[in-house]
Ligand binder design. Structure first.
Ligand code: GSH
Length: 100
């Protein structure tokens, strides 16, 4: 499931939440930054070394910068799905070729 890190009163976080809602994507939003803190932890800095919000983790695909997220997600999700389908197809063909 799509995870969105960031307090909801951030305009940049609102932008990403809006995109997820427009795409009909189920998501979990995690309150960090400002009064919630949590953007200076090693775990968060692994996700975004800038320590800023929003950050998303979409089934392992991590991205920060709200405009990049807003631009990427619609196509990115399709790209992700296409890649997964392609890998499955190749795997199936490999099995057929190796006969097991
Ligand atoms: N250009 C970045 C800006 C990110 C940014 O500066 N986010 C603010 C909140 S809106 C932030 O994380 N501030 C750090 C803080 O308040 O500690 C984006 O669009 O994602």
């Amino acid at each position: 499931m799509l995870k969105i890190w960031g307090r909801i009163n951030s305009a940049n976080v609102k932008k990403v939440v809006w995109v997820a809602q427009e795409l009909g994507l189920p998501f979990q939003r995690i309150d960090v930054c400002g009064p919630f803190g949590g953007v200076d932890t090693p775990e968060f800095l692994m996700l975004n070394p800038n320590g800023t919000i929003p950050v998303i983790d979409d089934d392992g695909f991590v991205l920060w910068e709200s405009n990049a997220i807003a631009r990427d997600r619609p196509a990115g999700r399709q790209r992700h799905a296409d890649t997964a389908a392609e890998l499955k197809r190749l795997d199936r063909r490999q099995h057929l070729r190796l006969g097991f």
